[in-house]
Ligand binder design. Structure first.
Ligand SMILES: [Zn+2]
Length: 437
């Protein structure tokens, strides 16, 4: 067992900071949150403690001090007043595309330009390429504090099931560092293809965790949504759609999504990513839809990087931001997360894998308030954990896995505002990324 002693813990962005010692059991789960000086359950005596800046027992290699303590019942690590928050969660990525920008330029900077460029490149893309690019991103995300990622995997005539296979392999390879969920993502290349349904079924049968797709790019949006919900029902998987990635008020399909979600009792199991067009609708109509999303238990993921880069390029003045109505959704009770989306590919040329940076962009791009930094932190932590349905095992609470981010920050708002010079990331109580000096 391990005891993280002498730290300050903050369970969510707006939660109070408490002084608690974190007891972690042999499985890597939080067994107790103890007040300073509170006896350890079972009467286990703590040892003299390992200074945190000298060593955190890690899975990658056990330094000397850990080796000496092998066989002792309890390893105590002195956090020296550091802040402990739950590990970050990135609810929407495209690991199969990340770090392809050099090979796949998108000179127009538009969504159509990116889709066309990637479709051409995808015919030459190998499974090994996907794995190599994705692992570069996974390492960066892990070092910056991300402990869970939901990634879409293109399924289309160019990629077939290759990308989904690669990400499913990575899910197993990285299971002790990042919880990876793979979305079977029927893209615009497959959406109007009669073989699309078969590809979707094959990806789910292969083990993809989530049903995904781009309904607004289908000839028949209703039929496409029916296909997704039908697959979801047959395979028992949740749904995460790229609801829209446009600002065309003549292509609004939230009611169709809410109708099916309610009719099939899928509240809490459906996510609408992007939902950009809400920002283009008149407030009354936007609010009517937002209330329906709240009633249907549909979550929303805002993706500021892609929206800021891709949307509004045709405006000759005052280009729109392209983000959904984050404030209104949150106030209506919709679970809202922010996420990275694309990282250094034809869709978005930037990206570090740092969810604190994405939370920061969300504050600025979505016009959150100056006191909403804690709320933005939750959009990169607890909220996406709920949308990924891993919240029972995530967080700073007894029974959750000890997937934690440890820094010298003042609090979660400080992390959103300015990041942290050093970070240490624990998964299952073991150090897996970053370090503190
Ligand atoms: Zn996306």
């Amino acid at each position: 067992m391990k005891l993280l002693r002498g730290g300050r813990i903050q369970a969510s962005g707006d939660a109070p900071i408490e002084r608690r010692d974190i007891l972690i059991d042999e499985r890597g789960y939080i067994a107790a949150l103890l007040a300073p000086g509170e006896p350890i359950p079972g009467g286990m005596p703590p040892d003299s403690g390992i200074p945190f800046d000298r060593e955190v027992p890690s899975r990658a290699g056990s330094p000397a001090a850990s080796a000496q303590r092998r066989g002792t019942e309890l390893i105590t690590i002195d956090l020296a007043d550091r802040l402990v928050v739950p590990g970050l969660v990135d609810a929407h990525q495209h690991l199969d595309k990340s770090h392809t920008l050099r090979e796949v330029p998108n000179p127009q900077g538009t969504l159509d330009g990116a889709i066309a460029a990637f479709a051409d490149y995808a015919t030459r893309l190998t499974r090994e390429d996907v794995i190599a690019h994705a692992e570069r991103t996974l390492r960066a995300c892990s070092a910056r504090g991300t402990v869970a990622i939901r990634s879409h995997a293109n399924i289309d005539p160019e990629c077939g099931l290759r990308n989904a296979e690669a990400l499913i392999e990575l899910r197993a390879r990285w299971q002790d560092r990042i919880r990876l969920q793979v979305v079977a993502f029927i893209t615009s290349g497959a959406i109007n293809n009669p073989k699309g349904k078969g590809w979707l079924d094959d990806a789910l049968a292969m083990g993809a965790d989530v049903v995904g797709g781009t309904p607004t790019r289908a000839h028949d949006v209703d039929a496409f949504l029916d296909m997704l919900f039908d697959a979801s029902q047959r395979f028992g998987r949740p749904i995460d759609v790229h609801m829209d990635e446009h600002l065309d008020v003549n292509a609004v399909h939230f009611d169709a999504l809410a109708d099916r979600t309610l009719a099939l009792g899928m509240q809490g199991k459906v996510v609408a990513s992007h939902s950009s067009v809400l920002s283009a609708l008149a407030p009354d109509e936007a609010n009517r839809i937002i209330d329906r999303l709240a009633h249907a238990g549909i979550g929303v993921i805002t993706l500021p990087a892609a929206n800021l880069f891709l949307q509004g390029r045709h405006a000759d003045r005052l280009p729109p931001r392209g983000l959904t109505r984050v404030n209104e959704l949150a106030h209506a009770g919709v679970t809202v997360a922010c996420a990275s989306d694309n990282i250094r590919d034809p869709f978005v040329p930037t990206g570090s894998g740092d969810m604190l940076e994405i939370a920061r962009w969300t504050v600025l791009a979505a016009h959150l308030g100056s006191k909403d930094l804690g709320r933005a932190f939750d959009m990169a932590c607890g909220n996406p954990a709920r949308l990924l349905r891993i919240d029972a095992e995530h967080g700073l609470k007894v029974g959750a896995r000890a997937d934690l981010l440890i820094t010298k920050a003042e609090d979660a708002a400080d992390l959103v505002a300015g990041g942290a010079l050093e970070r240490c990331v624990l998964v299952g109580g073991d150090a897996v990324g970053g370090h503190l000096i």
